[in-house]
Design a protein around this ligand. Sequence first.
Ligand code: ADP
Ligand code: MG
Length: 316
Amino acid sequence: MDEFEIIRRYFSTGYPAREDVALAVGDDGAITRLPDGEALVTVTDSLVAGTHFPVDIQPDALAHRALAANLSDLAAMGTQPRWFTLALALSEPDAGWLESFSTGLRKLATRYGVALIGGDTVRGPLAVTIAALGSVPEQAWLTRSGAKPGDSIFLSGTTGEAGWVWQEMADGRLPVTDDPLYRRFAYPEPRVEAGIALRGLATACIDISDGLHVDLGRLLTASGKGGEARLDLLPLSADLVERVGKVRALELALTGGDDYELCFTAGPDREGELQALSSAWRLDVTRIGRVTAAPGLRWYDPDGPVAPPVQGFRHF
Ligand code: ADP
Ligand code: MG
């Protein structure tokens, strides 16, 4: 199979078609159109074998994670996803592998109606780079930098499950592929609908890719603010607590990474609205703290300040 055969068989058909695409795969470049009054938002994420995923990961999970990571970045920007490109480096083209990879990619792309409009296919150590593009009405985008003192800090879903799976794999244990915790790692759900609905509601937003403590810290720093957050309010996955106990689950929830949940701030008067949206999304949203004028992110439990577990999980 040469490069052209790979593109023709796996990356040309079966992906969502969109009216805003004038020209997609097959020419030297793609041509797309934005609605009047909307701004273009572009994100990119690369996954390299051995660094970001184990080489023997199921190909459909690899494709899912690569696209989901990008859609999650767009969600954090309050952006409607429209298109994506795929740059794929393969050491040895294998039909079964490509079939599974492209099936995973088509499935998630179809769920969110994003069109594959181009890319590049090269020989080399396995790596996947996706760039996703979307649009947001002028000035309605979400950023990390708008948090105000007194805002509440919210988190969607739960964190820590994917970090636990990483830990297990780094310790040489093979994942059980139908384990719900493994599925949180392999098939993360980007919070696209929530991100779009948070326009005009959240004052700042970030997606959790490197761990809640680190990423919330980034949001607060970008906003020039600090925060007080409560360990005892952190939502924990019951499955995770059952597996590793509450103490370890909390540590993973703070430091795990690859969660692709949204962490955002909003005025304290917006909580009712948020809870109504949360039931519509069927996605829990939990208030975990508040924004302060004083810099730094401090953690508390009901008895007072606590040191967050700063070390924990690391990518291998
Ligand atoms: P060029 O040499 O002009 O860059 P290529 O031969 O690399 O063109 O690619 C031909 C067409 O196939 C282009 O439209 C390119 O965007 C697309 N393409 C290449 N690889 C992929 C891929 N992995 N997924 C989707 N489209 C791809
Ligand atoms: Mg090319």
